[in-house]
Each structure stands twice: as C-alpha cells, then as structure tokens.
Design a protein around this ligand. Structure first.
Ligand SMILES: Cc1cc2nc3c(=O)[nH]c(=O)nc-3n(C[C@H](O)[C@H](O)[C@H](O)COP(=O)(O)OP(=O)(O)OC[C@H]3O[C@@H](n4cnc5c(N)ncnc54)[C@H](O)[C@@H]3O)c2cc1C
Length: 552
C-alpha cells in the first residue's frame, strides 16, 4: 500500500490523461534491460509506461539501489526534467516494455500549458525529489578538508545550487580515507568529486561542476534573447517568472548561485503568504522551478564583467570571455556585504569568516563559538539560528544597543536565548588561528580594553555595497553607486537623460538612463532592501519591458 507521499510522487494516470500524452509523444516497445536514461545524462525523454515495468536505480552509495519500479500508467522523471539538469538516477526497462516517449522540451511546454495534468506531473516530480533525499540518497560525494578554501567553495556552490551531495571531511571522516585509498587519490588532488556514474573529478572548477551537473542552459553567443536578466536573486527570479510566463525568451545569468542574499537567509518571516516563515533556500528552489517551468533559461556560474549598448541590442560580457545579448536588459545584481577593516580578514574567508549563516557554515563551526559583527535584522537572524547549533554566540556592535536597528521580534528572541551575548560598544580588532579561525580579539571602544574570545566563526553582516562594477558606468548611478531609475533620473535636470531625446517619452518606472535597460531590487537607488520589494519590482519591470519592446 502506498502512503500519501508515495501516492503524490507516483500517481497512476487515467486512460484520458494517457491519451493526451500519447498525442504529443511516440509509442514504442523496448527490450528487457534497455536503459531509458542514465545518471549524468541530460535532455532525456519523459516516458509513460503502457505495459511492462521500468526500474529506477541510483548508485550514490557505491552500489545499485532500487528507488522505485514504475508500473503501467506511471511516468518517469523528476524535477530535473523541468530544470534541464543531469539525471540523478538510471531508468531500466524490466521485461518487454511498451512506452510513450515525449521529448524533454515538449513535456516542459506541456506542464506549463496543461494545468490539470501539468500539476499532477509537477507535484509528482517534486515529491519524488523529497522522497529520494529522505531515502538516504547521498548524491555526488565531495572529499576534501574543511581547512581547504577549494573544498568550502565547492560544497557551498553545490549546496546553494541545490545539488544533492555529501561532504566527507578528510580531517575526521574515516570513510573518506578508505575511498581515497580505494581510488588511489593523493592529497594534492583534493578536493575530489565522485559522481553518481563513477567518474571522479580532481580539483574541479565551478564551471566544470556546473557543466557536469547541467546547471547551465546552453546560451548561444549569436542568439538574441527578448529579455536578458543579470542576477538571480529574488528580483531577477521574479522577473524571470513573469518574463518567461508572458512569452518572452528569457535568459538569466547568475555569477554564483540563484537566491542572492535571500538564499543565505535561514528564515524569512515577513514574506507574504508564509505565516510560519520559510528559508531562503526553499524560496529559491520554488522560484527557480517556477521560472524554469515557464521556460526561462538560467545559467550558473556566469559572471557579468562588462556591458555594451547598441540600438536594439544589449550585450553582456562574461568572465569566461563569452558574450550574451538581449533586446532588453534587467539589472538585478543586488548588493554584497561590506567587509570591515580587520587585519587578516580575507585570510580566514571560508575557514572561519563568513558572510551568510546557513547549515553549511554552522557545520564548519563544529558546535564551537561564533562572533557576529552587525546589528541589523540579518545579524539577528543569524544569531538566533547559530545559537541553536553552536555553544555560544556573541553579537558585537559599535553602538549602544540593537533597538534602533533590529526588528522587535528578533530582539525578543535574542533576549530569550541564553547562549547569545550582546556586546555593545565593541569592535573586532584581530583574528587568530592556524589553519582556521580559533580566536577573535574584541576592543571596548570606551576603555580600549581588549578581550580574546574563542571562536570558530566570525559572521559579518554590516550593510551592503551595490554590485555595479560590471556596468562600466554605462548607466547613471547615485552618489553611493546605486542605479538611478524612473523619476529619480529627472531630479535636478530640466530634460530627460539624453538617450530618451529621440524617443519622445520619459523613462518608465524602473528604467535606467538607457532605454530598455531596467534595474530592480537592492541595486536600485532608493529601493527598499527587502525580499518582497525585490520580487515586486522584478515582476513590475516586465510590464515596462513589454512596452519598450513594442514601442521603443
Ligand atoms: C542574511 C540575510 C537575511 C535577510 N533576511 C531578510 C528577511 O527576512 N526579509 C526580507 O524582506 N529581506 C531580507 N534580507 C534582504 C533581502 O535578502 C534582499 O533585499 C534581497 O535578496 C534583494 O534581492 P535582489 O534580487 O535585489 O538582490 P540579491 O539578493 O543581492 O541578488 C543579486 C544576485 O545577483 C548576482 N550577481 C551579482 N553580481 C553579478 C554579476 N556581475 N554577474 C552575474 N550575477 C551577479 C548575485 O550572485 C546574486 O545572486 C536578508 C538579507 C540577508 C543577507
């Protein structure tokens, strides 16, 4: 008997539904043992079992394990059919099996256009992923040391891009030693990544991992997207959902991982519709799936480093030297956390100094002590989260208290959490440690007295700087470097920006000093720095993109 979750994950389609799928697919019979798709493969077909059976296997633990067996009326696939990522499992026909095969692009279109059957399929895909992860699926295995910045970068990249993986820390995991010996991997070759299909990648770059896991849509250099979006934080993802769902060919370029700053938040409590709050990772996963379901093409890691503007064509230059162009452009590159002036800060980045507080960083701190620098809501959220996982958390602030900078609900939680200490009028003046951070020195601003606190983590949340370096001054910014849009471009001048002269119109709201180039979210001058406002602006901007594409 299937339980509720299994019923959602593996629904049996009715004859009418199968008939609809038959009309967009081709029917064929395969032999016993035929492999329909294998781990690591991309762009494989979606199959409905008409007769016979299809076994789903996974090899992440080193040996084949049956995940499920699809009976007649069931279908294959999981969320990666929608996202276009590489398969995590292998599908094998058991007995002579008759199938309806539908190409991946076709099923993506169908899921978006047929709400009834589309919902059944999508819900099945999502629940399958949940069941797979709950079943002990370990995904790709990363073997490396917690003291190695390359290992940290790799595991963060996989984690924040939602790639199932298990990290074996060579410092404490004996299984890691056994595996390294078994595969003859020396210390100089680490970190290594063991893929589900048995391939081993030595010290892979993020681009290589992205390529293998299928995290990037292949974006042609000569293609011209209707809408190009740079940055996949809440603002960029919202624009992608609206753009793609309204029929624009939408391409999103993201430097590191979708979700932006919000993706690093452990609990967003003020986002409409989620009374119990939700984590940034959850919000990101859902938004990403939604955007890709409508056909948005999302690529990571794709860092924009330059911009060229020609009539009807906005071209973004990427760090790897390639270029991507669009008829319109939305700038959604948000902001980055400011770095305090502390000696040796960068030496400890990734091995004790962090700019986000997620499970990953908490694990790096090994249940020890942490110091948080900053007094805003993000510092408060981090403190409450870390206090549940670490022995002690100190919030160090320059001022007299948190009341003026932090929401009341967080202040109350902090007061009620015995292992959080708020240290007012203190600044961090030094960091020490051998391979990783061990102690933090804090100076009292009034007395000059310095105290040394044990800490395996220093978490920095002290405000943000806009990520505009790639814009090469091609759009107007304010005195702090944030991008001006709409009516703020008209302040202090009698004429609209020169580029609007020939168009006979003023800039649309959210439009920059260049027609057809828009800015949304934290990067925008005078924006409200919140998830909901970034999402609202991303959605709204698409309406003005349509106007620009129609009328210039
Ligand atoms: C820890 C934390 C907790 C927070 N909690 C809350 C909360 O509870 N509620 C709330 O409302 N707000 C919260 N915020 C604020 C909120 O997250 C931001 O306002 C929101 O994420 C802004 O969205 P955005 O899309 O404008 O930019 P960002 O989230 O900054 O995203 C920008 C994206 O652009 C990418 N990018 C940057 N430069 C480039 C480039 N050159 N090429 C390609 N890609 C690039 C970045 O990698 C990033 O993914 C929190 C922020 C933090 C840091």
């Amino acid at each position: 008997m299937k339980d509720l979750r299994e019923n959602l994950a593996f629904p049996v389609l009715g004859e009418r539904q199968i008939q609809r799928l038959r009309s967009i697919g081709t029917e064929r019979t395969v032999e016993d043992g035929a492999i329909l798709f294998a781990e690591g493969e991309r762009g494989f077909d979606f199959y409905v079992v008409v007769s016979g059976r299809v076994e789903i296997l996974e090899h992440s633990g080193g040996e084949a394990r049956t995940v499920t067996i699809h009976e007649p009326g069931e279908f294959t696939g999981d969320v990666d059919m929608v996202t276009g990522r590489s398969a995590l499992v292998t599908a094998v026909a058991r007995g002579p099996t008759r199938l309806i095969a539908i190409p991946a692009a076709e099923i993506r279109r169908f899921v978006a256009e047929d709400p009834e059957l589309g919902d059944t399929v999508l819900q099945g895909f999502m629940m399958r992923r949940t069941l797979l992860l709950d079943s002990g699926f370990s995904g790709v295995r990363v073997i490396g040391s917690r003291f190695s910045p390359d290992t940290v970068r790799l595991t963060q990249f996989l984690g924040r891009n939602g790639v199932p993986h298990t990290w074996l820390d060579v410092e404490e995991d004996t299984a890691a030693d056994d595996l390294l010996r078994q595969f003859g991997v020396g210390p100089e070759e680490m970190p290594v990544v063991m893929m589900g299909d048995g391939r081993i990648l030595h010290r892979p770059s993020l681009e290589e991992i992205s390529e293998r896991m299928g995290l990037s849509s292949p974006v042609g250099e000569t293609d011209l997207a209707d809408l190009l979006i740079v940055g996949a934080g809440p603002g960029g993802l919202a624009a992608a959902v609206y753009g793609a769902s309204e029929g624009l060919r939408t391409v999103v370029l993201e430097a590191s991982h979708p979700g932006g700053q919000a993706g690093g938040s452990t609990r967003i409590e003020n986002y409409l519709g989620f009374p119990m709050g939700l984590s940034g990772a959850e919000l990101t996963d859902r938004a990403l799936l939604q955007a890709q379901r409508f056909g948005a093409e999302i690529s990571v890691p794709r860092e924009a480093v330059g911009l060229r503007l020609e009539p009807g064509r906005k071209t973004v230059r990427l760090a790897d030297g390639s270029e991507v162009a669009g008829r319109s452009l939305i700038i959604a590159t948000g902001a980055d956390y400011r770095k305090p002036d502390i000696p040796c800060l960068t030496d400890f980045e990734g091995v004790g100094v962090y700019y986000a507080a997620s499970e990953m960083e908490a694990r790096m701190c090994r249940a020890g002590h942490a110091v948080i620098v900053g007094g805003g809501n993000s510092a408060g959220q981090a403190a409450v989260f870390l206090a549940q996982r670490l022995t002690r958390v100190i919030i160090a602030i320059r001022g007299d208290g948190l009341a003026s900078s932090m929401s009341q609900y967080l202040l109350t939680r902090i007061e009620q959490t015995p292992n959080i200490e708020v240290l007012t009028r203190h600044v961090v003046v030094g960091l020490e440690g051998e391979a990783a951070l061990q102690t933090v020195r804090l100076e009292n601003r009034d007395t000059g007295e310095v105290r040394t606190e044990p800490a395996s983590g220093l978490f920095v949340f002290i405000g943000a700087v806009p990520r505009t370096e790639w814009l090469e001054d091609r759009v107007e910014t304010d005195e702090k470097g944030f991008v001006r849009t709409g009516s703020s471009l008209l302040a202090g001048r009698s004429e609209p920006p020169a580029a609007f002269g020939g168009l006979g119109r003023l800039p649309h709201p959210l439009e920059t000093s260049v027609p057809g180039v828009f800015a949304v979210g934290d990067i925008r001058a005078r924006s409200v720095k919140r998830v909901a406002s970034a999402v609202g602006e991303g959605s709204m901007a698409v309406r003005f993109v349509h106007e620009y594409l129609a009328r210039g």
